[in-house]
Design a protein. Structure first.
Length: 131
């Protein structure tokens, strides 16, 4: 999947107004995911994505995963999104996170996604499984 398909899918499914907002949601979500998983896994995942998205995943310089609960994941994404999307609430941010992570799961090979999921506690499944 190229980044045009990736962003247009996020834009429509997350009810965003533009590609710029879709890119902001994707970059914010991937940046926080990169903070939450081990650096090596972030690099492996980034290798499967277009450069801009991969850079967001590997923006954290920490080798170790930063442990925090799903609610804080959403809040961190919201903080990053506020830089580009004004007046965004937690409910909208959670939808953005879900859509981005679902899009990510569909964009990378299953083994890479499974390796990523194993680094997240089970309560994170609510952020990437909507059905």
């Amino acid at each position: 999947m190229d980044d045009d398909q990736f962003f247009s899918g996020i834009e429509s499914r997350a009810d965003l107004k533009s590609r710029d907002e879709a890119a902001a949601a994707a970059e914010a979500t991937l940046r926080v995911l990169g903070e939450r998983i081990a650096r090596g896994q972030a690099r492996d995942l980034a290798d499967s994505l277009p450069a801009d998205l991969g850079d967001a995943l590997t923006a954290s310089g920490d080798e170790q995963a930063d442990e925090f609960p799903p609610g804080e994941f959403v809040e961190r994404v919201r903080d990053y999104e506020r830089e580009q999307i004004a007046e965004i609430d937690v409910t909208a941010t959670q939808l953005h996170v879900q859509v981005v992570l679902e899009s990510l799961a569909g964009s990378v090979d299953g083994g890479t996604w499974n390796d990523t999921r194993t680094q997240l506690p089970s309560e994170y499944s609510r952020l990437y499984e909507t059905g």
